[in-house]
Design a binder for this molecule. Sequence first.
Ligand SMILES: Cc1cc2nc3c(=O)[nH]c(=O)nc-3n(C[C@H](O)[C@H](O)[C@H](O)COP(=O)(O)OP(=O)(O)OC[C@H]3O[C@@H](n4cnc5c(N)ncnc54)[C@H](O)[C@@H]3O)c2cc1C
Ligand code: FES
Length: 279
Amino acid sequence: MPNPYLPYEMRIEKITEENPENDLKTFILSFLNEQDIERFKYLPGQFGEVGIMGVGEAPFGIASAPCERGILKFSVKRMGFFTKCLHQAEAGDIVSLRGPLGNSWPLEKLKGKDVVIIGGGFAFTTLRSLVRYIIEPENRSDFGQIDIVYGNREPGQILYKEEFKEWLTREDINLYLSIDREVPGWDKYVGFVPEITEKVINPSVTAIALVCGPPVMIKYTLPVLQNLGFTPDRIYTSLEMKMKCGIGMCGRCNIGSKYVCKDGPVFSMAELEQLPPEY
Ligand SMILES: Cc1cc2nc3c(=O)[nH]c(=O)nc-3n(C[C@H](O)[C@H](O)[C@H](O)COP(=O)(O)OP(=O)(O)OC[C@H]3O[C@@H](n4cnc5c(N)ncnc54)[C@H](O)[C@@H]3O)c2cc1C
Ligand code: FES
């Protein structure tokens, strides 16, 4: 087990501006040392602490998938001090990375099941990792049908636009893209994620739902999923609340007896029902 305090050195290979406001950027990082590629073994749903020397570090979900060998992808919204500094970085700059941290989406439980993926806004990062993992040819037959509902305020906010275009052409993915309000030229769904979910999802009895997005979206989507027949042990979400150390040492992320950074960030609704409502 490598020392969890020791970061990997990473080079920023590419930066993509994801939205017109330019406050959402995707960073592609590569390992400075070739042997670190093998050491950094991760699964969809895990996160890393990206750091800048002399500035600090912050947790971000890993948006790349393990099959994308040698690179890691993070999509970062500009919020405060650290993310502002990261947004000022340029291709070629060196950053640090601690991880992989936390648990993953429940891959073993998903095997043989239909998977319903529900995302909102820039929280689609680790869901993107999961979809990329599932559709990898060597993994695809392990999973059933994939339904994806992905909602945004407006078309400009959609992450990974080119990739979504490709997923729309795939026969093995049912993709329902939605925006909150009608805009000229938009020919997909219009409405909030819970109502689109109610309209388009017709789950099999063993399907599993994975939800990640703004808290208000999650709050209103969960009852819809339960009305559609999903039991609490078949609904998972990722809690991206404030964290510090990311390894269960500082006590900043507790919910009851659980450390979100170590025991999560992915929890089933059945698990969350056993915890105090502090999330
Ligand atoms: C497991 C995990 C995964 C995450 N994945 C991503 C990701 O993929 N992309 C991404 O852009 N962000 C992600 N975040 C959130 C990200 O860590 C914060 O936005 C970041 O730490 C903000 O740092 P800052 O110094 O820029 O802002 P700060 O100066 O720390 O805060 C600026 C403002 O943002 C608010 N804020 C800070 N952190 C959070 C948070 N976790 N939740 C809600 N509000 C917050 C503060 O209250 C404050 O109002 C993730 C967080 C966790 C715990
Ligand atoms: S962030 Fe330090 S214990 Fe979880």
